[in-house]
Design a protein around this ligand. Structure first.
Ligand code: PLP
Length: 424
């Protein structure tokens, strides 16, 4: 199975003769065994098998296996949210006293996770703009740096990551590059082909695609060799006493990173998806390539329409030739980026609110990346307590509107925008 359309439909689960055609929903917290000796072996990791859904569940694992194949990785796991995926991906290799280098253009929730919550756990972070030159990126590292984190297509700034520059910087300092690939999805971008070591997802977005299930995923490329600098990654390369001295790299080879995250972090922190959600995710993944194509076609048409309107001051979409990230997008995401556009409306805050209130088909929602077109005016909602000057500093102007193009007909989306622009 080499093409993404085929993997999206059939990956992760190949039923045998007489077995269900569709992935079964194993909605069970626990699994029955006949001997306590065998159960003990499962707890010691000396035998593989399901015993409690907080750690592993077949429905969850089948959806994870499909995402793993889609990304071209060696091992993957699901989490109950994208936030949990980002946290687990970093915390699996960082502990108190360690440090992370992160792109400053990342989702606000991840920025908060790293800059506030993980800092409280003793893990430091230096943020660098993704467009920074290599000297500036190199200067952010210190002897305690254990990971680099960035987004392939940043939410909401729509910055396209220069993967090769960031992968080289991470590898020159002996650490992996972890990339959140939520916005382009593996349909439009395969980060492992450009040197990325670990990929994370908020599956809540395009992967689920219908605004039904919050979820996350982590995929390991298997390319990062933790044993080159074993002292930097002792959690993977030295005995885990909570499993009678298991050494993840020695005992699980290329599966070391994901095995540790499952058997240690899931065991201790939870954040397990429900099998029902994984079933829905798995089903929705079947249409992901079709949906991504339509999201991108619609966004391209809307971005072109907006850039010709005299009521719009600027449009940010990497599919426009005039966009700063057009050439990077062509290099790393040649089939399209995603359906999210941001633009500025003449007249600022009040005009933006009037425009939004006049929309009929496009709904006002704190979401992106599902089948229905939606809009958000950050200055009037998520960032409403900020003054215009503070907004400017945060890179979210009072005039900024974020539009997530769904998979409706592009003429209808444009028609709705057109009628809502008339009174402003
Ligand atoms: N990563 C990106 C790029 C996101 O846009 C989001 C949420 O908007 C997250 C991670 C967090 O995901 P979740 O809301 O599923 O926890």
């Amino acid at each position: 199975m080499s093409h993404i359309e085929t993997i999206s439909v059939q990956g992760g689960y190949q039923p045998k003769n007489g077995e269900p055609r569709q992935v079964p929903i194993i909605q069970s917290t626990t699994f029955k065994y006949q001997s306590s000796e065998q159960m003990a072996r499962l707890f010691d990791l000396s035998e593989a098998g399901y015993f409690y859904t907080r750690l592993q569940n077949p429905t969850n694992d089948q959806a994870a296996a499909k995402i793993c194949e889609m990304e071209g990785g060696v091992a993957a796991m699901l989490t109950s949210s994208g936030q949990a995926a980002s946290f687990f991906a970093l915390f699996n290799i960082c502990s108190a006293g360690d440090h992370i280098v992160a792109s400053s253009a990342i989702y606000g929730g991840t920025y908060n996770l790293v800059s506030v919550t993980m800092r409280r756990m003793g893990i430091g972070c230096t943020f660098v703009h993704p467009d920074a030159d290599i000297d500036e990126i190199n200067a952010a590292f210190c002897s305690k740096t254990r990971a680099v984190f960035a987004e392939s297509l940043a939410n909401p700034a729509m910055v396209v990551l220069d993967f090769e520059k960031w992968a080289n910087a991470a590898h020159d300092h002996g650490v992996p590059l972890i990339v959140d690939n939520t916005f382009p999805t593996p349909v439009n971008c395969r980060p492992f082909e450009f040197g990325v070591d670990i990929v994370t997802h908020s599956t809540t977005k395009y992967m689920d695609g219908h605004a039904t299930c919050v979820g996350g995923a982590i995929v390991d490329s298997g390319n990062f060799d933790w044993e080159v600098n074993p002292d930097m990654f002792r959690g993977l390369t030295s005995p885990d006493e909570s499993y009678h001295g298991v050494v993840y790299t020695r005992d699980f080879g290329k599966g070391a990173y994901i095995t540790k995250a499952v058997v240690q972090l899931m065991r201790d922190l939870g954040s397990t998806p429900s099998p029902m959600n994984s079933f829905l995710l798995n089903t929705h993944l079947e249409s992901l390539p079709l949906r991504m194509k339509k999201h991108c076609e619609n966004a391209q048409a809307v971005a072109e329409y907006l850039s010709k309107s005299d009521k719009i001051t600027w449009v940010n979409y990497p599919g426009l030739q005039s966009n700063k990230y057009y050439s990077l997008a062509q290099k790393y995401m040649p089939n399209g980026t995603c359906g999210v556009i941001s633009f500025g409306i003449k007249g600022g805050r009040e005009t933006a609110a009037k425009f939004m209130d006049s929309l009929k088909l496009c709904s006002i929602a704190t979401h992106v990346a599902d089948a229905k077109t939606c809009v958000l005016h950050p200055a009037g909602t998520t960032h409403r307590q900020m003054t215009d000057d503070q907004l400017k500093e945060a890179g979210v102007g009072a005039d900024l509107i974020r539009l997530s193009c769904g998979i409706e007909n592009a003429h209808d989306i444009i028609g709705d925008i057109e009628q809502a622009l008339k009174p402003v």
